[in-house]
Design a protein around this ligand. Structure first.
Ligand code: NAD
Length: 418
């Protein structure tokens, strides 16, 4: 997308397979709309791909470091890849190159990297430019960001990043210029806050079920208050993905290192964990145990619009049911290949209907639109029992009830038929 803005972009990844795919114009992940931009920019020779740092152009003006920053066993952000990438770059580009950390890194990392490079005799300028895209809508999130955050140490770094983001500045998209530690903190605090919203609404869903209130009406009405906002206020099977869980843990750990207990965020983490396990327990309760029962799962990715199953609640829930000897058959429009790598003890179906055949219960766990448009009238005849657990509140529950299903939604006691 930076090449689409007219910049000449060289991309380096140590994963040769990915680079080979990208060179041939293929995206190694599912992200709607991205392939067209890639094709255009390869044709216009604005973007190139390399699998070795030896091919880096020494005159590169700005390097964005976008490598993964996974959790270590204690929940800290593991910065090994960031340091490896920065080291490789520092040895090959001219000293006037600006190194920008785009990976999500704990506050203080850019400063630490600056010192690390200084100790090695380098004097690179460091910047921080956190990324706020959402998987599934990455292209439009890039093109129409709410704001762009740059953390810089020098006026020159600011000027270079203003050149990169010129087309956005000209469209009056807010550019917030801060020091590096604040930029790093903005990203962590934003993700932690969004995770908090999700955990909050899921807790409200639990209460709505008991009280007979409707979580969707509640969330929509709350969200209409601009102070609250409707985004990330949708009840579901819990937050997951490659960012929220790891960023939450890293922030909690970082605070602990400074003898601060982030009470809210500790609770959010616990609440999300409990929510996911409670969903599996609810299925067990309604089905009177799951041992040897055939259960269909629709949706394995952590959200729709992506093939990413990292920390997906759907995978966790499937695994909890497998642990209790359920026989799972799953289907996901995009996430099957990735799911097969992490979830071994289940069957995979070629389509949604195939997954539900002979099942005693159907669990909808990811909000793919295609699940909404299935032929539920005939689906019922091929299921062993008509139990539908809609953990995304995606389906038309009134219609399903008319067809004779038992419908279990989130936060909606009134539509239960038990
Ligand atoms: N995925 C998102 O939606 C998203 C959104 C905002 C921010 N982020 C942040 O962006 C960063 C990357 O996330 P991701 O989901 O793209 O990770 P990813 O694991 O999908 O991709 C990281 C890539 O970095 C490559 N890599 C690792 N070490 C390398 C090295 N030394 N040199 C070159 N390449 C190397 C890997 O081969 C891999 O292709 C993380 O810090 C994440 O928190 C991600």
């Amino acid at each position: 997308m930076l090449s689409e803005q007219g910049h000449k972009v060289d991309c380096i990844d140590i994963n040769t397979e990915k680079i080979e795919l990208l060179k041939s114009g293929k995206i190694p992940l599912y992200e709607p709309g991205l392939a067209d931009y890639l094709e255009n920019n390869i044709k216009s020779q604005r973007i190139r791909f390399f699998d070795s740092y030896s091919q880096i152009n020494p005159n590169t003006e700005v390097v964005f470091v976008t490598v993964d920053t996974p959790s270590d066993s204690l929940g800290n952000a593991n910065l090994k890849n960031v340091y490896n990438a920065v080291s490789e770059v520092s040895e090959r580009v001219n000293q006037d190159c600006l190194i920008v950390i785009k990976s999500t890194v704990p506050p203080g990392t850019a400063e630490n990297i600056h010192n690390y490079l200084s100790n090695k005799g380098y004097n690179f300028d460091l910047g921080v430019n956190p990324e706020f895209l959402k998987q599934g809508s990455a292209v439009s999130d890039f093109l129409y960001p709410d704001r762009i955050i740059i953390g810089v140490k020098t006026k020159l770094a600011r000027a270079k990043l203003e050149v990169i983001y010129r087309s956005f500045i000209d469209k009056n998209i807010p550019l917030i210029v801060t020091d590096t530690v604040t930029a790093e903190m903005i990203k962590y605090a934003s993700n932690a806050f969004l995770a908090t919203k999700v955990a909050f609404i899921n807790e409200m869903a639990g209460l709505c079920e008991l009280l007979g209130a409707d979580i969707d009406l509640l969330a929509n009405s709350m969200g209409m208050d601009h102070r609250i906002g409707k985004e990330f206020l949708k009840a579901g099977p819990g937050f997951g993905g490659s960012c929220f869980p790891k960023d939450l843990s890293a922030l909690i750990r970082l605070a602990e290192d400074h003898n601060v207990k982030l009470q809210i965020l500790n609770s959010v983490k616990e609440s999300n964990y409990n929510h996911i396990t409670n969903i599996a327990k609810k299925v067990e309760y309604v089905l009177n145990g799951v041992q040897n029962k055939k259960i269909a799962i629709w949706g394995l990715t952590f959200k729709s619009g992506t093939d990413d199953v990292r920390n997906s609640p759907a995978i966790d829930i499937a695994q909890l049911l497998v642990n209790n000897k359920a026989k799972i058959t799953a289907y996901d429009p995009m996430g099957m290949d990735n799911a097969r790598q992490v979830l071994k003890d289940i069957e995979y179906a070629d389509n949604a209907i195939g997954a539900a055949r002979d099942a005693e219960a159907l669990l909808l766990l990811t909000e793919w639109k295609e699940f909404k448009n299935q032929d539920f009238a005939s689906l019922k005849s091929i299921m062993a029992a008509p139990n539908v657990f809609d953990f995304r509140n995606l389906l038309d529950s009134e219609l399903l009830l008319r067809y004779g299903y038992h419908v279990y939604s989130l936060g909606k006691k009134s539509i239960y038929k038990v």
